[in-house]
Design a protein. Structure first.
Length: 493
């Protein structure tokens, strides 16, 4: 295959890092390689690459080989991701719907979530405690920067993700898929006995991550923006890392669509039902955008703080306390159903499937039921982030939509802008990715997206800045001690 990364050569460093939850996307844009060989003893120039450097890499045969590799990897990785989602959905249906009937317990026994989430906690706790890689990165920190899992760590990531998603914890599949996609890409390169440079491996891993979530958020572009913003990609090197990822995502999207048609199971993409038409925002709705942004900052910051504090407790005994966390989530779901008579699935799981149903059945949810749903889902989300392994995206979207739905009908606020602003604001707080939050809210609303864009932007900015004020300030980096002068070193010698 040759060295696919010769045009992106370089050693270890920030370019080899990945994104949160094991994405494998470069943690920062790698420096472009000098297109011409340098004489021995001459260091590469410091600073960002020039347009000429980037253009030389884009025209190099090594970069074309890297694109071909990204295209080839996109097919099996997206197929594997599709299979993972099919398996998760099938097992959820078996455990929550078929098994209690088969045992003679009837459909939907109220106490049924307790044993299932206890088993899920046991599976996840065992993966964290005993398997390499601790089941992947904790979602309590949002989307940070983590390398793709190695071959030894990949089984633990898959097992922890399955224990989280199948048994009903309040987390989504996007982070495990990103990790699995990046890990499979690296595994394929190493199985072919190739040894490309670290920065080329980061690009290959990012292509696998792009392919794995190519249609999960409804569009490959949304997944691309999520990975780019979380990795902090920018500048002249953006295109070098982005193009292979977009190619893999495009091919992965075709694979998802093809498999959805062949199997009849669909593409597992998030899509909202047809919403009422929305014409244009007015002044009152801009005032609501500020209020919704501040409310999201308070709620989301509280969820995050509680998750991180509980995580410190769970870490003392992961095997036992992850089971306890599962029982707490089950109790919240049962409490919600007892109080509101709505299904436990509103609280359990990521919210990806429940969100369209929530909006379709909005007239059946009173304000009181929505307030109870917000409280139980938010607490379940926080507890799940503290102990389980999964992604924070879909629960944040669900909470934002439920909060907007609860506020809709107030003077000057209708359903569509309320839901759009809630989705964008909660996503911005929980992910700390304001651009992705705006795009998610706007693109998910389809035909209404363009009209609500100004409101979503205001709500997202207020929520993002408000959450930054509420979060503790990061500790300042230690100041390095000054190096001794050359003359002093000579005198000491």
């Amino acid at each position: 295959m040759g060295d696919p990364g010769r045009g992106l050569r370089g050693g270890s460093g920030p370019g080899a890092a990945g994104t949160a939850d094991g994405t494998g996307v470069a943690g920062s844009a790698p420096r472009a390689a000098d297109p011409a060989p340098r004489p021995a003893g001459h260091a590469a120039p410091a600073g960002p690459p020039s347009d000429a450097d980037v253009a030389a890499v884009l025209r190099s045969p090594a970069y074309l080989r890297l694109l071909a590799l990204a295209a080839l990897l996109g097919v099996p990785i997206s197929a594997a991701s599709y299979g993972f989602l099919v398996a998760v959905t099938a097992l959820q249906r078996v455990l929550f719907a078929d098994l209690p009937v088969a045992l003679g317990l009837g459909p939907d026994p109220l106490w049924w979530p307790f044993p299932l989430l206890a088993v899920g906690g046991l599976v996840v706790g065992a993966a964290i405690r005993y398997l390499p890689g601790h089941g992947g990165a904790s979602p309590a920190d949002g989307f940070g920067h983590h390398p793709a899992p190695t071959a030894r760590e990949l089984p633990g990531v898959v097992l922890a993700a399955a224990g989280t998603l199948v048994f009903g914890a309040v987390l989504g599949p996007e982070a495990p898929l990103i990790a699995i996609g990046g890990g499979l890409a690296l595994l394929a390169v190493r199985a072919a006995r190739q040894s490309p440079p670290q920065r080329s491996l980061a690009v290959v891993a990012s292509a696998g991550s792009f392919a794995a979530i190519s249609t999960l958020l409804g569009s490959p572009l949304l997944g691309a923006f999520l990975l780019m913003e979380s990795a902090g990609l920018g500048g002249a090197m953006l295109s070098l890392v982005l193009v292979p990822g977009l190619l893999a995502a495009g091919i992965g999207s075709l694979v998802f669509l093809g498999l959805g048609v062949l199997t009849g199971l669909g593409t597992f993409s998030l899509a909202l039902p047809g919403l009422p038409p929305f014409v244009h925002p007015d002044l009152a709705q801009f005032g609501w955008a500020v209020g919704i942004g501040l409310a999201a900052a308070l709620l989301g910051s509280g969820i995050g703080v509680l998750a991180r504090r509980l995580r410190a407790v769970v870490a003392r005994s992961a095997l036992l306390l992850t089971v306890v966390a599962g029982l707490v989530v089950a109790g919240l779901a049962v409490l919600y159903t007892t109080v509101t008579a709505h299904p436990v699935a509103d609280v359990l799981f990521s919210g990806q499937d429940a969100l369209p149903r929530l909006l379709t059945d909005a007239p059946s949810y009173g304000v009181g039921a929505l307030v109870v749903l917000l409280a139980c889902k938010a607490l379940g989300y926080s507890v799940s982030m503290s102990a389980f392994r999964g992604g924070p995206v879909f629960p944040s979207l669900f909470l934002g939509a439920a909060g907007g739905l609860a506020l809709s009908g107030l003077p000057g606020l209708s359903l569509v802008p309320a839901v759009a602003m809630g989705i964008g604001a909660m996503c911005a707080v929980m992910l700390r990715l304001p651009l992705t939050a705006v795009l998610l809210a706007v693109l998910l609303l389809g035909a209404d997206g363009l009209a609500v864009t100004p409101l979503v932007i205001v709500a997202v900015v207020v929520a993002h800045v408000g959450a930054a004020w509420l979060r503790p300030a990061p500790a300042p980096a230690p100041t390095p001690a000054p190096a001794p002068a050359a003359g002093a070193e000579a005198r000491e010698g």
